[in-house]
Design a protein around this ligand. Structure first.
Ligand code: C2E
Ligand code: MG
Ligand code: MG
Length: 699
């Protein structure tokens, strides 16, 4: 490789000698340039490409060490040899102190050593340059990383800190240098708060890498604490001897907080912050182990809110979510600290009651919960009412593991729903079969409408004085392809739970109205029809509009349609019931309270509802003529009340002559029951309308 050498001297003889020896040199080839003035040399350096300089410090335009300094400042990376006069080696030595690589003495410029020295200094400078760049790169790297790096010598005294280490220890590099590592880096055990030996001390002793114990805390210069994690390794010199150690460590406070947060999220419900399924299962498993050891019991309460879906659908998810949060708070207030309230998802919660001698104690919690939830919730300006159905199962009586406990409590919860909601039921072993049955029915029910498996039967209502038919009640039947006719008791509650009752009810209403209109068109009288409306339909925001649309579509007069709503549905939210009833009443539709006497009517509301008909529940009618002590008393009372409220009273479930006679004697207006007719298909009912029923009654 050719090297370009710049000779700077005013002495042309010297220049010639140097040029000659360099041209001839075996170490070459050298390209040589010669300049006599400093100013020209500085200009030339600017243009670049020079590998080394031979400089006479006395130039026509510059004298002494200043000449060297200017050249060195202009090109600090280019090696310089000075050309020294015999009498001025002192100046040459000064130049070496200022950065010159060495000097050639006058009289030796023709020596074969000149090219060799030049070659050497060029190479040495190149190596120095590489080392310098590497060191700079390491320095920059160490200062840019977020990990802290501390180095010590063999005796454990600090000799290096990067910026992150300065920040974390609170010690500037200059101050820390020379101090023992234990002084610069105070570390303690996070739990015992005892000082911990610095790993550097151990590494220096054992000459092998190691890390800090988990849970180590660094106390910073200002006394604040950070959790840290490190790795420490020995440093070896070129002969392989240990010469010190380096420790790399970083702040894991944020990472630790994140890990804890993730762990919390994995075990808690984001909406209510209650333990989720995962954590609950864990706690139940623990509770079972303890109960086994101590001979106590564990109870699991499975809760499902009764009318949550309705609130969520009508008021929106945001309010639904807030209600769930409010419920979560109430539930948590009902249990002891050792118990667990968890959310399973949706509107389902599970409460784990531990360490009871008697599982019956779970009823105390269940009662508390029912009472606590019964108080209305105020959410975003709405006053909301929710009740809950609770199923209870217990270890060791009902199940041996967490999963089965929850499953059985769930089954018992369905039983509570069937028992009219807002109550609790204990698991009984026969319940499982019912739960399976339920699921099968629900699955089939989803297709029943599309497959046209529903039909309506009609049961006449009779004017007891005249024996004339006053109308029909439409009763839903499910013609199941395998099971045959399924009665509403078996599937209506399920359809109500899963919301299918809304489309099914819509079909019933439309079908019944069309049928009544057909009878009217065929000249059959009286063609008025009563349709049963369940809670979900009645509260549905489109209900009133749907009734109106169906009436206008089928052309049935509103007065020929009667809607039967059970007493408990009306009473659940009496204010809004009144509003809905009022709209229906305005439309001209007839309104009946079904199963009257089974709910807990408040008389003041009953007076306020625009009701036309009270249907006495069949259980009271069936008491008539029995040996029961209050034989017929309630029936008489209801009839009297209906009369005073100017409502017609219909007695349901009339099966026997004695019942009819009693009702007639009490001046009950209408009756319905097997005594007159069972529910019939539409065609049979038409025949009944044509022939009448009066004879049967007379007989
Ligand atoms: P409900 O509205 O009280 O209807 C009267 C029930 O009593 C009917 O049962 C009827 O067949 C039965 N019944 C009539 N006379 C007698 C009698 O003399 N003795 C006895 N033991 N029972 C008699 P069904 O058809 O099984 O319906 C049961 C319940 O299912 C109904 O009670 C009603 O609440 C509900 N339901 C029926 N159809 C529908 C419907 O289309 N939609 C809704 N949401 N519910 C319906
Ligand atoms: Mg009815
Ligand atoms: Mg009824």
């Amino acid at each position: 490789m050719t090297n370009r050498i710049l000779i700077i001297t005013g002495d042309s003889a010297d220049a010639k000698t140097l040029k000659d020896v360099l041209r001839k040199a075996k170490d070459g080839p050298f390209d040589i340039e010669w300049l006599t003035r400093l100013a020209d040399a500085l200009k030339r350096l600017n243009a670049g490409g020079i590998d080394a300089m031979l400089v006479d410090l006395s130039l026509p335009d510059s004298q002494g060490i200043e000449t060297f300094d200017k050249l060195f400042a202009a090109a600090p990376t280019i090696p310089i040899l000075t050309l020294s006069a015999e009498d001025d080696e002192a100046l040459a030595t000064e130049a070496v102190q200022h950065g010159s690589q060495g000097y050639l003495s006058k009289g030796h410029f023709g020596s074969y050593l000149v090219p060799q020295s030049l070659r050497n200094i060029i190479q040495r400078k190149a190596v120095e340059e590489t080392l310098y760049v590497e060191k700079a790169r390491a320095e920059i790297t160490l200062n840019s990383i977020s990990d802290a790096v501390i180095g010590t010598d063999m005796s454990g005294n600090v000799d290096y800190l990067n910026l992150a280490a300065e920040r974390m220890t609170g010690w500037p590099k200059e101050e820390a240098r020379g101090h023992p590592i234990a002084k610069v880096m105070k570390i303690i055990n996070g739990v015992t708060r005892e000082p911990q030996p610095n790993p550097i001390e151990l590494v220096l002793k054992q000459n092998k890498p190691m890390g800090l114990k988990a849970g180590t805390i660094l106390i910073r210069g200002d006394g604040s604490e950070v959790a840290i994690e490190d790795s420490t390794a020995p440093i070896h010199d070129s002969s392989g001897q240990i010469s010190g150690a380096v420790m790399v460590f970083h702040d894991i406070t944020a990472a630790q907080a994140m890990t804890m947060k993730m762990a919390h999220l994995a075990q808690h419900d984001f909406l209510t912050n209650l333990p989720n399924r995962v954590l609950l299962n864990d706690r139940i498993a623990q509770a079972i182990v303890q109960a086994e050891r101590r001979g106590t019991q564990v109870a699991v309460l499975f809760l499902d809110l009764d009318n949550f879906k309705h609130i969520n659908d009508s008021l929106g998810h945001e309010i639904g979510d807030k209600l769930l949060q409010s419920v979560a708070q109430r539930l948590s207030a009902c249990v002891r600290g050792s118990d667990t309230v968890s959310r399973q998802g949706g509107d389902e919660f599970v409460v784990l009651v531990t360490e009871d001698k008697y599982v019956e104690n779970a009823t105390l919690t269940a009662d508390k919960i029912l009472n606590a939830l019964a108080v209305s919730h105020f959410v975003s300006g709405h006053e909301l009412h929710v009740t809950t159905s609770i199923g209870i199962s217990a270890y060791p009586a009902d199940a041996q593991d967490a999963e089965t406990l929850i499953k059985n409590a769930d089954t018992a919860m369905y039983q509570a729903k069937e028992k009219g909601r807002n109550n609790y039921q204990f698991f009984k072993s026969g319940m499982n079969a019912r739960a399976v049955e339920r699921q099968i029915i629900e699955a089939h029910l989803r297709h029943a409408l599309a497959r046209q498996e529903f039909v309506l039967h009609y049961q006449p209502k009779i004017n007891l004085a005249s024996g004339m038919i006053t109308g029909a009640e439409a009763l839903l039947r499910w013609m199941h392809p395998e099971r045959g006719m399924v009665l509403p008791e078996r599937f209506v509650p399920i359809a109500e739970d899963c919301g299918l009752i809304v489309p099914i009810g819509h079909w019933v209403l439309r079908e019944a109205c069309m049928q009544a209109k057909r009878w009217q068109d065929a000249g059959l009288q009286p063609a008025s029809v009563a349709v049963n409306i369940s809670a979900l339909e009645f509260r549905h925001k489109n209900f009133v509009a749907n009734v109106r649309a169906i009436l206008s579509e089928t052309g049935l007069k509103p007065s020929c349609l009667q809607l039967e709503i059970t007493e408990s549905v009306l009473m659940r939210d009496a204010e809004s019931s009144t509003a809905i009833l009022q709209q229906l009443k305005t439309m001209g539709v007839q309104l009946a309270v079904d199963d009257f006497g089974t709910g807990y009517s408040s008389l003041s509301y009953l007076k306020q509802f625009p009701i036309d008909v009270l249907k006495i529940d069949q259980s009271f009618v069936q008491d008539i003529g029995s040996t029961h002590y209050n034989d017929g008393v309630i029936v008489s009372a209801v009839i009297a009340m209906g009369t005073s409220l100017k409502q017609r009273v219909v007695a349901e479930g009339v099966e026997e002559e004695v019942q009819l006679a009693f009702l007639k004697a009490q001046n009950c207006e209408e009756g319905q029951g097997y005594f007159f007719s069972r529910p019939l298909g539409a065609e049979q009912f038409a025949t009944l309308l044509a022939t009448g029923i009066a004879e049967t009654v007379e007989n």
